[in-house]
Design a protein around this ligand. Structure first.
Ligand code: SAH
Ligand code: SF4
Ligand code: F3S
Length: 436
């Protein structure tokens, strides 16, 4: 009988894509995927270390797995991804449920790690392999409408607060030819949407093909004209006019950009080592809006980074009013030992104040989102239907090109179809309508 692996994924989309790569590699080792820890011979936690609460979640999971291991001593538990890369061997001391650990560049060795661990050795592979891009591995994807293609890995930016450069290592890009091949294959398999992924996707660079991200995006879009193309996450410094023109000149590239800003204050952005000012960021936003009429934008924001003054916080609020994002992912600053902020700056904004400011950001943003969504009432929008709606089997849910979630009457349509929907009502997060 086949051995079973239960793979639990935490953190960002890169981790989700990595889990699909791990699933493919483990299939070669004779494992079948299963959904519950109770049936599994092997449980893998693919983890995130970006904030302390992400790590607490893993501790909690490991506590639960300890009970399972007691009941079934043959059960193996591996921790992969960013937590082991960040905590290194210390992770073994944090929980005795951990049999082995593997960092993001070590997944080809999973099979041998499991074998050695099952002989009783607590093994770790945390080597950085800066040439590793898993370009030759065909990820084992869930069937569906949307697929990820990771195109680059790692980050060279060293923002003051962030662990990602320490957990993911140096930037490296896949050959463009391998991305194009994968895109064609996905289109043949019936996927209707492809998201190109990278921690800094727009610093993609294929040296041999002398192709940067605008070229890659353009080529992918032309290779699979019937498929919607998205990409994430973009860094403002690499948001070039050429990239925006590539979006404008291909109708299948969605006119939506996730452009993390972190703060609306230039003095704060300098302390965060983001490499751009408020003004430079707003200039890029202006260029994007001008070239891509109707574009939707989203962002990431951190509240309460060291030294944040009331004025700097106000500047973040005013930037939100100026840009008018569709959505913002918002976080309280979390000290990450080893980062330059943790070493050099005092975490001096009290927790309660971080939360108060965060709430102010969320309230303002929700109001803006609601206004933007309500402005769609009466309009007809194109929706890629993804699945049955959570509330009713008589409705489908999907997204507009701008990534707005739409729930609409099924009326005989099926997931995977593009449907024209007339919007009749809206909240700050969802549009509701009927096929036009
Ligand atoms: N590569 C992307 C995303 C990195 S992590 C980028 O450069 O934008 C995702 C988000 O987590 C970041 O954009 C940031 O808003 C948040 N984040 C990272 N480190 C953090 C920390 N120490 N505390 C709070 N939020 C953090
Ligand atoms: Fe972290 Fe900055 Fe790199 Fe994004 S660009 S992953 S925030 S260091
Ligand atoms: Fe988290 Fe690692 Fe992604 S720290 S955000 S899972 S790159």
């Amino acid at each position: 009988m086949k051995k079973k692996v239960c793979l639990r994924t935490f953190g960002c989309q890169m981790n989700m894509a990595d889990s699909e790569i791990m699933a493919a590699l483990l299939k070669e080792e004779g494992y079948a995927l299963c959904d519950s820890e109770a049936e599994a011979d092997l449980v893998l936690l693919n983890t995130c270390a970006v904030r302390d609460n992400a790590v607490q979640k893993i501790r909690h999971q490991l506590d639960q797995l300890k009970g399972q291991k007691r009941a079934r001593p043959g059960l193996m538990v591996g921790v992969t991804g960013c937590v082991p890369q960040y905590y290194r061997d210390e992770l073994f001391a944090i929980s005795d449920a951990v049999d082995f650990i593997a960092g993001p560049d070590s997944y080809r060795n999973l099979g041998s790690l499991v074998r050695r661990a099952s002989e009783g050795e607590r093994v770790a592979d945390l080597e950085f392999r800066s040439a590793e891009s898993y370009a030759d591995i065909e990820p084992l994807r869930q069937e569906g409408i949307s697929a990820f293609i990771p195109v680059m890995r790692g980050c060279n930016n060293m923002c003051a607060y962030c662990v990602v450069p320490f957990t993911r290592g140096r930037e490296r890009s896949r050959p463009m030819s391998s991305v194009l091949l994968e895109a064609s294959r996905l289109a043949e398999q019936g996927y209707r949407e492809i998201t190109l992924l990278g921690q800094n996707v727009n610093s993609y660079h294929d040296i041999e093909a002398a192709a940067g991200f605008p070229v890659l995006l353009d080529e992918v879009a032309k290779r699979v004209p019937g498929v919607r193309i998205r990409f994430t996450t973009s860094h403002p410094k690499d948001m070039s006019p050429r990239l925006v023109e590539a979006i404008a000149s291909n109708t299948n590239i969605c006119t939506t950009v996730h452009l993390p800003v972190q703060s609306g204050s230039s003095s704060m952005l300098a302390r965060m080592k983001r490499g751009h000012s408020r003004e430079e960021y707003l200039e890029k936003v202006g260029m994007i809006k001008q070239t891509l009429p109707g574009v939707t934008l989203s962002t990431d924001l951190i509240s309460g980074f060291p030294g944040e003054t009331a004025h700097e916080h106000e500047e973040t609020l005013s930037l939100l009013r100026e840009v008018r994002y569709d959505y913002a992912y918002t976080f309280c600053y979390s000290v990450r030992p080893g980062t330059s902020a943790a070493e050099q700056l005092e975490d001096d904004v009290p927790e309660s104040e971080k939360k108060r400011r965060l709430q102010e950001i969320i309230d303002l943003q929700n109001g803006i989102s609601r206004e933007l969504f309500q402005a769609d009432i009466g309009k007809v929008v194109e929706v890629l239907a993804e699945s049955e709606s959570r509330r009713s089997s008589l409705q489908l849910m999907g997204r507009t090109e701008g990534n707005r979630v739409v729930v609409f009457d099924r009326a005989g349509y099926r997931p995977g179809e593009i449907v024209k929907v007339r919007i009749s009502s809206a909240t700050s997060a969802t549009l509701v309508g009927i096929p036009a």
